[in-house]
Design a protein around this ligand. Structure first.
Ligand code: ADP
Ligand code: MG
Length: 665
């Protein structure tokens, strides 16, 4: 057995379970082992009944003091009994449909009961607790059991069991880090780290395991960057791209004046495209700085010179939006351009048509998702590839193009504000343009940080904005109601809002688990103003541009990273209207309030990113993660900045970069 073996071949994994693993995107044993826990269930020392708070998950040590009672309520059999702790306080514990407990549990027996406390006063009880003998609990004390992201029908226990099964086969994963390097940077062996991240015995083991795995992620990534640089440095520019006055004419006719930053960036792009070597440039622009039009102008120029161009977006929703904007531009100004859209969810026939059109150069600009560089797509004169909202054009994607014989100009556009020092490490192979200026017609967004008592006022405020014809977003961290997490979810929240708002207000929700057609339909309706309030998860975080939306209300704001909140906030303030961001803070923590205050007082993404880094410091575990744009599994370039530096040092020292390093993005 090795990393490539199939999960299916593990003992105890039947076809059904295997299907569930498939749903989680896990196929091989390596996938499974790299499916790291989202959190840990920590077995803490029991507390007294008086100390346990309502809704808290607690372990209580107690003696059974009443005979178990079985009661039938509708189709449920409820077993309940009283327990008493050492302080003399009592608590009711109940189970559903576990009548056998009435036979096995008797007054005088001692257990540790572990579950959630519900109800107040006389109704206070612990429902469905796990129970352990004192000796059993003693053994578990201090242990951390993994908690995974799940799909319906799957439990963390099932995953843990499969992981254990795989780990029982010995050191099955190869370690790319040489022993000397591990010694130098004090890193665990890979299999050991994997074992410890799934089943840590103590916090320090978890910390060390994580350190090792994050280091490897960064190291791989940075080797990829170096490899790319080696491959691309000074590649000759054989495209005949020249200056075109049609581009300047179009700029003159736009309804707005380009900002200085847009002009400068465009000039840098043009200098690259007409220069001696192939362009390899990153545009870092704060949200709303107007990156899209710069991309369109570059594509237009390439097309005028006879080259095809593609614009690749990370989501279908964003791809469709860009396509629509480009079509509008072409129509409004009568441009001689033929655009096409290509996304994964199109029918085979639709795709085939686009393939034909691209291969025969009937279209000049293709906008889409990753589908743009898949096997069946061929271009005749591909001159420019732009990726939007992705921090980099992954090595694999570039390779995919090169394998087809293309070596186009490459432009990457990102809105993740990264402090300069980090940018140099991460983007060492790219030239960087910074767009640090917002269009002149923008009014700074007005922010506030409030608690839940402010909600009625917020709704009233939103209602007024809607009345003036504007639109609003409400962001919730969760998709559906969760039993274990106390956070707002889009499904229940939109129900609640429908009751709160007059019935003529159209309210809809959006989340990543919906299918693509459904998402498109909702986004289109919102863009067209047919939906006034959009309750959404962070799926709208990147790129979405609906200038008529002026309010964004973010529930459980403390659950998001600052940079992510900044991206979310960037969905408003994109037009001429005054816009507002309402951050609802639902935790009692002063620290998190302080973080939100940074956002409250600044709209500058670069400043926010660097303040965030200062406040959080490296090494915060599984805390709030930053925007998912940098697709590391565990690593976080902000909080793990120190490790990133070490990995960068190590990558520089690595001599041979001749092997292929897959970079997952
Ligand atoms: P981002 O940089 O976040 O991708 P977009 O390119 O989506 O921003 O632009 C945001 C909005 O600003 C769009 O509606 C766009 O039409 C508009 N816009 C772009 N450039 C300017 C400008 N120079 N003046 C005014 N509005 C602009
Ligand atoms: Mg954008």
């Amino acid at each position: 057995m090795n990393g490539d073996s199939l999960i299916m071949d593990l003992k105890g994994v039947g076809p059904k379970t295997n299907e569930l693993f498939g749903k989680l995107g896990l196929k091989t044993v390596e996938d499974l082992l790299q499916f790291y826990p989202r959190d840990y269930d920590r077995f803490e020392a029991p507390v007294s009944i008086a100390q346990s708070k309502v809704l808290d998950f607690a372990a209580v040590k107690g003696m059974i003091v009443t005979n178990p009672m079985v009661k039938r309520v509708r189709n449920l059999q409820i077993v309940s009994m009283q327990i008493r702790d050492e302080m003399g306080d009592t608590l009711k514990v109940t189970w559903f449909n576990m009548t056998f407990l009435a036979k096995t549990m008797h007054p005088g027996m001692h257990y540790v009961f572990r579950g959630r406390i519900q109800g107040y006063g006389a109704g206070r009880q612990m429902e469905q607790p796990d129970y352990y003998t004192l000796a059993e609990y003693e053994k578990l004390l201090g242990k951390m059991l993994p908690v995974y992201n799940l799909t319906k029908g799957m439990t963390s226990k099932m995953i843990a069991k499969a992981v254990q099964q795989a780990m029982g086969q010995g050191k099955i994963l190869e370690d790319m880090l040489e022993e000397s390097m591990r010694a130098e940077y004090d890193l665990m062996e890979r299999n050991e780290a994997i074992a410890n991240i799934h089943f840590p015995d103590r916090e320090s083991d978890l910390k060390n395991a994580r350190k090792r795995l994050v280091f490897e992620e960064f190291y791989r990534f940075l080797l990829g960057v170096r490899q790319m640089k080696a491959q691309l440095a000074n590649q000759e520019n054989h495209f005949m791209i020249t200056e075109k006055e049609e581009v300047d004419e179009l700029i003159q006719r736009l309804p707005y004046k380009l900002t200085k930053a847009q002009e400068r960036t465009l000039r840098e792009i043009q200098t690259d495209m007409t220069g001696p070597s192939v362009m390899n440039r990153l545009v870092q622009g704060d949200v709303g700085s107007g990156k899209t039009i710069v991309a369109f102008l570059a594509l237009y120029q390439a097309a005028l010179c006879g080259y095809q161009g593609v614009l690749m977006a990370p989501t279908e929703v964003l791809a469709r939006q860009h396509y629509q904007s480009l079509c509008n531009l072409i129509e409004t100004y009568g441009l001689m351009l033929k655009p096409a859209l290509l996304t994964g969810s199109m029918t085979a026939a639709q795709k085939r048509k686009v393939y034909e059109q691209t291969a025969s150069h009937q279209v000049d600009i293709v906008i889409g998702t990753h589908a743009l560089i898949q096997e069946n797509v061929h271009y005749q004169d591909l001159g420019l590839v732009i990726t939007d909202e992705q921090h980099r054009f992954g090595v694999r994607q570039r390779e995919a193009l090169q394998n087809k014989g293309y070596l186009p100009h490459v432009l990457v556009m990102s809105a993740t504000p990264i402090p300069r020092t980090l940018a140099i490490i991460l983007y060492g192979d790219l030239d960087i343009s910074v767009m640090d200026e917002l269009p002149a017609n923008r009014l700074p967004i007005k922010n506030c940080v409030v608690d839940i008592n402010y909600r009625p006022n917020a709704y009233e405020f939103i209602r007024k904005q809607l009345k003036e014809g504007r639109q609003a977003y409400v962001i919730c961290p969760m998709v559906e109601e969760s039993e274990t997490l106390d956070a707002e979810d889009v499904v229940s929240y939109s129900k609640k809002l429908k009751e709160e708002f007059p019935s003529d207000i159209q309210i809809a929700y959006l989340h990543g688990k919906m299918n693509n057609q459904e998402k498109d339909r909702i986004m289109e309706a919102f863009g067209a103003g047919k939906i006034q309030v959009l309750v959404s998860t962070t799926v709208i975080e990147v790129g979405i541009d609906v200038p008529n939306a002026t309010v964004i209300m973010i529930e459980n704001a403390e659950r998001f990273g600052l940079a992510q909140l900044h991206q979310l906030r960037g969905r408003v303030g994109r037009g001429k209207y005054q816009s507002y961001c309402i951050l609802v803070h639902t935790s009692s923590s002063k620290e998190s309030k302080k973080r939100l205050e940074i956002l409250n007082h600044s709209n500058d993404g670069f400043y926010i990113a660097s303040e965030d880094l200062k406040l959080r410091g490296p090494g915060e575990f599984f805390g709030v993660r930053q925007s998912g744009e940098l697709a590391f599994r565990l690593g976080d370039i902000y909080t793990d900045a120190e490790l990133l530096k070490l990995a960068s040092e190590a990558a520089k020292k690595t001599e041979t970069v001749s092997w292929n390093i897959p970079v997952n993005m």
